[in-house]
Design a protein around this ligand. Structure first.
Ligand code: ADP
Ligand code: MG
Length: 701
C-alpha cells in the first residue's frame, strides 16, 4: 500500500515529538522507519468516547464508559496474590472505586492524587459497590480532551514503547500531527473503474478516517476501502501466479488408467468408495491428465477416507510409468501410512518402502538406490524425503498429508526433484474456512471429500468436570468390558514443561490403579521412536486397552476399535486440535465417545471451545468457529507462511469483502492477464511495488 514520495519516505525521527530515541524504539518494536510506515500503522480497534458519564449514572449494565474526576486516597491492600491498588474517583455526583491487580508499583508511582483525570473502563459490582478495574487513565488536559473526543483509535504498543511515552495515546498524538499532512502525498492504488464500481472511498480519505475518524460511517467506509485493497492485491497476486504457472510450467500427462489401477479397483478394494471419494478421484485424475502441473488441495474431515483417494491416484501415476511419494508430518503417521498401503496393496506387484529419520544408514543407502533406479514405485516417509540425497528416477506424484505441519518452502523443494515438477496433492484434515482457503490457498485447486464412509455414527461428546472422574472411569470400564479400547489424552509435553510430564505420569499411575484388570501404556514425544511404535502396535492389536498419551497421536492414527477418548485439561487445547483428537475415535460403525475434562472454573474462550465441540462434529463449522475465536494468525499452519500478514482485514469477519475482492481479481485477470491495459496501469504499478516490499510473495506454492 506504500506510495512512493520523498515526503512519505522521510525518516520518522523528523516528525514532531519523535526524535532519535523514540525513532529507535519505533523501528525496533514496530518496524516503523518512515512517515509512510507510521501512516500504514493502523489502529486495531476504536472506542467510543463521545460521551462523559456522571458517577451517579453508573450501572452494571453499562459497557465501557468514560468518567472524569479527581483521584484520591490511593492505597495498596492485601498481600501476595491478593495484593491490589485501590483509589477513589469522585466527581460532583458521587464516588466510585478504581482497582488495579497488576502493575501496582508503576501505577501508584505515577498517580497524582488531587488532579483531574479522564477515566475509561467497565464498571462492575464488588461487595455491593461499583468499581472499575484496570481503567485507562489520562490527565484531563485540553490536549487530552481533544484527543479522546469521539471515536478514539487504539494502537497496539509494547512495554518498551510505553516507557518512551508511546502508549496508544502517545501514538495517536503522532498520527494527529502526521496524518493531515501526509495524506496529501498518498497516491491512489486502485483504478477508478474499481473504486467507482464498488463505491470505495479514495485512498487519501480512507487514510485520514482510519486514523482520525469523523464518525462511525466514515470509519466504516475507510475500513472497507482498505480491507478491499489488501485482499484484492493478495488474491490478485496468488491468482496471477497460478495462471502464470499453468501457462509456463508443463506437467506430466497421465494419459491412461491401466492394469495396476484396474486390478486394485476390481480385486483388492476393501470396500466400495463413497460417492465423494469417487468424485474426487476423478477430479484429480482429470487434472493430472491435462498436461498441466497439478497443485491441488484435498480437504476432507477426519476419517473421510483421504488415504484411499491418494492411493488410487498414485496407482494411476504408476500405470503411467511414474513413481510416487507420500509424505507425512510425523514418524508415527508415516509408519502407519506405510502399514496401511502395504496391507491394501498386498498381492499387487508394487514395490513400496519407507524412509524416516530413524532409517538405518545401510538400509537407507539401499533404499535410495532403489528409488534412483526406479525399482521402488511408492515411498512413504517424513520430511526425511525432502533431503537432497533422496533422488527419484521419475517422480510423478507427491502426496503431502496433513499439510499444516509442512511449510510452504518444503512443498517447493519437492518440486525440484525432477526437471518437470511432479504433480502435488496436499491433503488436510483440518478443514479450512472458505475465506481462508481463498486467500491462503488461493493458488491451489481444491477438492473436497464431503461425505463419511457409510455407517459412521457421530462421536458423542460430553463436557465433564474433574470432580466427576469416578463416574467417567466407570463409563470407560463398561466400554472396555464390551471389548472396546480407550485413549486418555494429556496436553503436549514440551522439552521445558516438566509439570506436563508429571501430570501425564501421575495420570498414568492413577489409570493403572483404577483399571487393574486391564493393560495400559503411556506414550509421549520423549520416548524413543521404536518404543512408541511398539506401544502403538500393541494398542492396534488390542493387547493394550488403555493408551495414556500426549498429542503424539493427534493426527492420522487409526485404531478403529478404540471407542473412547478422554481429553484431560481440555481447556488447554485449541479447537482444531480437539477436533483432530476426537477424530481418533468414531472410526468404525460402533458408537464412540469423547469426554472433555476440565476444571470447574473456565475462561470464556475455553468454555466457548468446549461448547462448540459438544454441539457439533462438523469440521467446517468447527474451523469457522476457531477462526472467530482465535483469528487467522493462529490457525494451524498459517503462521509459518508469512502470507497472511494482514494489516487490516480479518478473515473471520470480512468474508464478504474477500469474495468481492476475489471476483474483481478474477475479472481483471480474465480480461488483462498481463496487466497491460491502460485502465489497469495503477494495478500493475502497485503490484510491482508490493512485490518489492514482500519478497516472500513469490515463494508461495
Ligand atoms: P482420513 O481422511 O482422516 O485420512 P483415512 O483415510 O484414515 O481418513 O480413513 C479412515 C478410515 O475409513 C480408515 O479405517 C479407512 O480404511 C476407512 N475407509 C476409507 N474409505 C472407506 C469407505 N469408502 N468405506 C468404508 N471405510 C472406508
Ligand atoms: Mg489421514
Amino acid at each position: 500500500m506504500n506510495s512512493v514520495s520523498s515526503f512519505l519516505e522521510t525518516p520518522v525521527e523528523y516528525l514532531k515529538r519523535v526524535g532519535p530515541q523514540r525513532a529507535e524504539v519505533l523501528k525496533k518494536e514496530l518496524g516503523i522507519f518512515t512517515y509512510s510506515d507510521l501512516l500504514h500503522f493502523f489502529p486495531f480497534r476504536y472506542i467510543d468516547r463521545t460521551r462523559f458519564y456522571k458517577i451517579k449514572e453508573v450501572s452494571e449494565e453499562l459497557p465501557y464508559i468514560q468518567l472524569s474526576g479527581k483521584i484520591t486516597n490511593p492505597r495498596i491492600l492485601g498481600q501476595k496474590r491478593g495484593m491490589r491498588l485501590v483509589a477513589e474517583l469522585s466527581d460532583e455526583t458521587g464516588v466510585i472505586e478504581l482497582v488495579w491487580f497488576q502493575g501496582i508499583k508503576w501505577i501508584s508511582k505515577t498517580l497524582r492524587p488531587g488532579i483531574e483525570y479522564i477515566v475509561f473502563g467497565k464498571p462492575s459490582v464488588f461487595n455491593g459497590k461499583f468499581n472499575i478495574s484496570h481503567p485507562a487513565l489520562e490527565e484531563k488536559t485540553d490536549e487530552n480532551m481533544e484527543l479522546v473526543k469521539g471515536l478514539q483509535p487504539v494502537y497496539s504498543t509494547t512495554e518498551l514503547l510505553k516507557l518512551k511515552g508511546l502508549d496508544s495515546t502517545g501514538i495517536l498524538k503522532l498520527q494527529r500531527s502526521l496524518v493531515p499532512l501526509a495524506v496529501n502525498y498518498v497516491n491512489e492504488t486502485l483504478p477508478e473503474w474499481i473504486t467507482a464500481k464498488l463505491q470505495l472511498m479514495p485512498l487519501k480519505e480512507a487514510m485520514k478516517h482510519i486514523h482520525l475518524p469523523a464518525g462511525n460511517e466514515m470509519l466504516a467506509q475507510a475500513q472497507r476501502r482498505l480491507k478491499f485493497e489488501e485482499l484484492f492485491y493478495l488474491q490478485l497476486n496468488m491468482l496471477r501466479q497460478k495462471i502464470n504457472r499453468e501457462a509456463e510450467v508443463k506437467g506430466f500427462t497421465f494419459s491412461h488408467v491401466g492394469k495396476t489401477f484396474n486390478d486394485f479397483y476390481n480385486i483388492h478394494l476393501p470396500f466400495p468408495l463413497t460417492s465423494a471419494q469417487k468424485k474426487v478421484v476423478k477430479e484429480i485424475r482429470r487434472d493430472m491428465g491435462t498436461g498441466k502441473q497439478m497443485n491441488r488441495l484435498l480437504q476432507g474431515d477426519v476419517g473421510s477416507g483421504k488415504t484411499l483417494v491418494a492411493l488410487l491416484n498414485m496407482l494411476i501415476a504408476i500405470d503411467n510409468g511414474y513413481q510416487c511419494c507420500l509424505m507425512a508430518p510425523t514418524e508415527i503417521l508415516a509408519v502407519q501410512h506405510f502399514a496401511t498401503l502395504k496391507e491394501l496393496l498386498a498381492g499387487m506387484p508394487i514395490e513400496l518402502d519407507i524412509i524416516t529419520g530413524s532409517t538405518k544408514k545401510r538400509e537407507k543407502k539401499k533404499l535410495l538406490d532403489k528409488l534412483e533406479t526406479g525399482v521402488l514405485h511408492i515411498i512413504t516417509g517424513t520430511h526425511a524425503l525432502i533431503e537432497d540425497a533422496v533422488k527419484f528416477k521419475r517422480l510423478g506424484l507427491v502426496v503431502i498429508d496433513e499439510q499444516h505441519r509442512f511449510g510452504v518452502a518444503q512443498r517447493a523443494r519437492m518440486w525440484q526433484k525432477n526437471e518437470t515438477p511432479p504433480h502435488v496433492l496436499v491433503m488436510t484434515a483440518t478443514p479450512i474456512p472458505r475465506t481462508l482457503a481463498m486467500t491462503f490457498y488461493g493458488d491451489l485447486d481444491v477438492s473436497v471429500v464431503d461425505e463419511m464412509p457409510p455407517g459412521r455414527k457421530p462421536v458423542k461428546t460430553v463436557h465433564s468436570y474433574d470432580n466427576r472422574r469416578s463416574e467417567v472411569y466407570g463409563f470407560i470400564k463398561k466400554e472396555i468390558e464390551a471389548g472396546r479400547q480407550a485413549y486418555i489424552l494429556y496436553p503436549l509435553i514440551e522439552e521445558s514443561e516438566k509439570s506436563d510430564l508429571e501430570d501425564l505420569v501421575s495420570g498414568f499411575e492413577e489409570i493403572q490403579k483404577a483399571f487393574p484388570a486391564y493393560r495400559s501404556a503411556m506414550i509421549h514425544g520423549r520416548l524413543k521412536f521404536a518404543e512408541r511404535e511398539k506401544i502403538m502396535n500393541l494398542f492396534a492389536k488390542n493387547e493394550i486397552q488403555i493408551l495414556v498419551a500426549t498429542t503424539v497421536i493427534e493426527v492420522g492414527v487409526n485404531v478403529p476399535n478404540a471407542s473412547i477418548i478422554l481429553i484431560e485439561s481440555a481447556q488447554r487445547f485449541g479447537l482444531s486440535q480437539l477436533h483432530q483428537l476426537r477424530g481418533r475415535v468414531g472410526r468404525s460403525s460402533c458408537q464412540s465417545y469423547c469426554i472433555l475434562m476440565t476444571p470447574y472454573k473456565l475462561g470464556s474462550d475455553a468454555r466457548a471451545r468446549i461448547q462448540t465441540m459438544v454441539q457439533t462434529t462438523d469440521g467446517f463449522e468447527i474451523s469457522e468457529q476457531d477462526l472467530k475465536l482465535r483469528g487467522p494468525g493462529d490457525l494451524a499452519g498459517t503462521q509459518q507462511s508469512g502470507v497472511l500478514d494482514l494489516k487490516i482485514s480479518d478473515l473471520a469477519r470480512d468474508g464478504i469483502i474477500v469474495k468481492q475482492a476475489r471476483i474483481i481479481a478474477e475479472e481483471v485477470l480474465a480480461e488483462d492477464r498481463e496487466l497491460r491495459l491502460r485502465k489497469n496501469k495503477i494495478i500493475a504499478l502497485q503490484l510491482a511495488r508490493l512485490e518489492k516490499e514482500k519478497g516472500n510473495w513469490s515463494r508461495i506454492s
